[in-house]
Write a protein that binds this ligand. Structure first.
Ligand code: NZQ
Ligand code: ZN
Length: 388
């Protein structure tokens, strides 16, 4: 096991009607905030009215910025930064999913930075104070509600890049599983794929003697798979919604990577896909992850066989563990199909003609991606070909 420091200070407020406490919670930090949200789902569902009432009841003044798109754009981030500067705002409330939260984090990081915020997504380190933020989560998926990361797309060149900084973790996050009943089936499935991928990125490691985190990962993956399938049958199953919402947070709050390094090549490759084609991140992952697995499994066949055995209940073929490893990858594909997700480019109607460009952009300014096995341009191209 590696040495590690674990600190995740986000306060989680979980359960029915918890969004009603948003105003009184914010009052502990600020009297004037930016209320940031997406394309209008929160207005349709009535959440907007509940949130603004709670803010008004607590005497919190708010300025609104809506219009965050899935795969959030840097242009709106720049608008948010201008508003915060002009209005002297020091706190941001994100109401929505990973895109709204990531856009809020980008604004929080950019307000006190003298240059253009995109610099912070392309290697310029943060040496300044970020604004504080909080979230009301409406889709369990990205895990941004407790993560230190933010992923933003620059329309200029269609680059999708990530930034990670400890103080970008939200001060608190409100998670009411009932708020996710209104999710379209496809978005529920994309969220399930993303959180499962967050665990798999951590699970496929070269570290040995990481039994506890292996088992925690396996329990989280089984919970995601079982309850994801339950939601396909009954989207209004509160208990399944609650399990998925908690699993999405646990998958990405860094507890599952204590003492181990993750891989993250599938995420990096996927970001090229959703950056260019604007598809949902989870749908990109259900296409890329199985292909990555097929390319790398020989690096540690036993780990893939263990994954098949403990997550998909396969018997390990002791004479031929490779057979179990390959069977495990098939089971993962079956699961994604049962969630009605694409597992190949053609399932998502994506053209095949930009895979060279994606492979090149992936390693722009770096030698490789991936911790389990280094993935360079030529490897990425082969992985993308396996995904066609
Ligand atoms: O914009 P609105 O109208 O709100 O609609 C959203 C959006 O169209 C809709 N939606 C959300 N909650 C809903 C709802 N519709 C009905 N009822 C509800 N309760 O769902 C759509 C997708 O929302 P989005 O926020 O884009 O989804 P998600 O949470 O999957 O976020 C995806 C983004 O997060 C990034 C991804 O790359 C992608 O850009 N990630 C962020 C990470 C992080 N910060 O740590 C890590 C992840 O690996 C990921 O890369
Ligand atoms: Zn993800």
């Amino acid at each position: 096991m590696n040495n590690f420091i674990f600190q995740n200070s986000t306060k989680l407020i979980f359960g029915k009607n918890t969004e009603d406490s948003v105003g009184s919670e914010i009052k502990n930090y600020s009297n004037k905030i930016l209320l940031h949200y997406g394309g209008g789902s929160i207005i349709k569902t009535g959440l907007y009215n509940k949130i603004t009432k709670s803010l008004k009841d607590s005497g919190v003044e708010f300025i609104e910025l809506s219009g965050v798109k899935p795969n959030p754009r840097v242009s709106l981030v720049r608008e948010g930064i201008d508003i915060c500067r002009k209005e002297n705002i020091d706190f941001i409330l994100a109401v929505g999913g990973g895109s709204v939260i990531d856009s809020s984090k980008a604004i929080a990081a950019g307000v006190n930075y003298a240059g253009d915020v995109w610099d912070l997504y392309t290697g310029t380190p943060i040496n300044h104070e970020c604004l504080k933020l909080a979230t009301v989560l409406t889709i369990p998926a990205a895990g941004s509600e407790t993560s230190s990361g933010s992923v933003i797309t620059n329309e200029d060149g269609l680059y999708k890049r990530a930034l990670g900084y400890p103080t970008l973790r939200p001060q608190f996050s409100i998670l009411n599983p009932e708020l996710t009943f209104t999710l379209p089936k496809y978005q529920t499935s994309c969220g399930v794929a993303d959180m499962l991928a967050h665990v798999m990125e951590r699970y496929f490691t070269n570290q040995t003697n990481v039994d506890l985190t292996d088992r925690l990962c396996e329990a989280t993956m089984k919970t995601i798979i079982d309850n994801g399938l339950r939601l396909m049958k009954n989207p209004n199953d509160y208990d399944a919604r609650a399990e998925i919402m908690l699993a999405g947070t646990v998958a990405h709050n860094d507890s599952l990577n204590m003492g181990r390094d993750g891989d993250w090549a599938s995420h990096d490759i996927e970001h090229e896909l959703s950056g260019i084609y604007d598809i949902a991140h989870g749908a990109g992952l259900s296409i890329i992850f199985p292909a990555w697995m097929k390319y790398v499994y020989k690096n540690n066949i036993n780990r893939f066989a263990q994954f098949g055995n403990r997550v998909f209940n396969l018997d390990i073929n002791l004479n031929n563990p490779e057979e179990t490893a390959l069977h495990a990858i098939e089971k993962l594909e079956e699961f994604f199909k049962a969630m009605e997700l694409p597992i190949r480019f053609k399932d998502a109607k994506l053209p095949e003609d930009r895979i060279d460009e994606m492979s090149k952009k992936l390693v722009h300014h770096k030698d490789h991606v991936g911790g389990f096995l280094p993935i360079r341009e030529k490897d990425a191209l082969k992985i993308l070909k396996l995904a066609l």
